[in-house]
Write a protein that binds this ligand. Structure first.
Ligand code: FES
Ligand code: FE2
Length: 347
């Protein structure tokens, strides 16, 4: 496994945008860092280290006041830049009295925070526009899972598991028999599986009325550290419509909370049936069931890895190739970042 090192100079999804309501701050640990996430009166989002620099109480125990967060212990206020703005009693603010601030961007229906010391680069935020773009109907969700994030990257990049883990929802024909085509381009991993004339899956039965044989596709895009977009679809076998168009897209952020726990922010979104509550319900019911099944299997996997880490060698088979490629990219980036850190320390 990766140890407790995380890539720093990257964006991390820290919340769904709809979680920031009623001026309530959110306390959430991201990559072992306690953070408070809040939305000011002007709509802007702040992400700060949750430790109040006064006496280390959690800022999140307080409340949002205007555009500031007010610590719940002695009422000292900080703005979204992390600077102290007021101390009760009108006391002078000591020079440099501040908490660490993480650059934050609200985009694609998610709140993204930058953990690195390099300048934040909003242009490198993964393109998850399907979550809130015009013409898309998202069904979002969240799960807290007790596993290292790489286990969930492995899981989502190897959908042969749907046959065994999700028998009542996503399972169908062709998945285990059809090889996964994988390629690495720069820091990204692309993979796909195109299946012809295979048994349908319950999700396509329920959502699309596809009861007979289908042509089916799974198209994956991994972006480090832990983002996976999957375009999924099916049509009646042999129908003339092209393969590869999304029936639905699953957006995944396996944000590390700690070494062996993640915040799983997901959204299943589709470019049809907009405003159709019945279709939303089908997706919500089936995907929540399926992702909870994933949680059970990967948490069990993590427990067994932890029970004897020295002998927990993972074996790679052909259907693990996408996950294996993602691990390779991640390792290279970690080596580069750690190498740069070591060089800086030596200089
Ligand atoms: S600990 Fe936060 S104001 Fe005192
Ligand atoms: Fe799954």
């Amino acid at each position: 496994m990766s140890g407790s090192y995380y890539l720093r100079n990257h964006w991390y999804v820290v919340a769904h945008d709809f979680e920031l309501v009623d001026a309530k701050p959110i306390a959430r640990t991201i990559c072992d860092i306690p953070m408070v996430i809040f939305r000011g009166e002007d709509g802007s989002v702040g992400v700060l280290n949750d430790r109040c620099p006064h006496r280390m109480a959690p800022l999140s125990s307080g409340q949002v006041c205007g555009n500031d967060i007010q610590c719940g212990y002695h009422g000292i206020r900080f703005n979204a830049q992390g600077d102290c703005t007021a101390i009760p009693g009108g006391l002078d603010i000591p020079k440099g009295f501040r908490t660490t601030r993480y650059p934050a961007v609200e985009r694609h229906g998610f709140i993204w925070a930058w953990l690195g010391e390099k300048a934040a680069t909003p242009e490198t935020i993964p393109d998850f526009h399907e979550n809130n773009g015009e013409g898309w109907a998202p069904v979002p969700g969240y799960l807290n899972i007790a596993c290292n994030y790489q286990l969930m990257v492995d899981n989502i990049l190897d959908l042969t598991h749907v046959v065994f883990v999700h028998p009542t929802t996503l399972a169908g024909g062709g998945v285990t028999e059809t090889p996964l085509e994988v390629r690495i381009e720069g820091d990204k991993v692309f993979a796909q599986r195109m299946m012809h004339n295979v048994d349908t899956a319950n999700i396509y039965r329920a959502a699309r009325g596809l009861n007979g044989k289908i042509d089916r596709w799974q198209i994956f895009e991994y972006s480090p550290p832990m983002y996976v977009k999957i375009v999924l679809g099916a049509k009646e076998a042999g129908a003339q419509t092209p393969m590869g168009e999304p029936v639905h897209v699953v957006l995944n952020s396996f944000t590390p909370e700690s070494e062996n726990r993640i915040h799983y922010f997901w959204s299943t979104t589709r470019p049809w049936g907009l405003g159709d509550q019945k279709v939303d319900d089908i997706y919500r019911t089936m995907i929540e069931l399926a992702f909870n099944e994933d949680k059970v299997i990967v948490e069990a996997q993590q427990r067994l890895i932890d029970s004897d880490p020295a002998t927990a060698h993972l074996v790679n088979l052909p259907f693990d190739r996408a996950g294996q490629s993602a691990r390779r990219v991640l390792k290279r980036l970690m080596d580069e970042e750690q190498g740069a850190g070591t060089r800086q320390a030596a200089e």
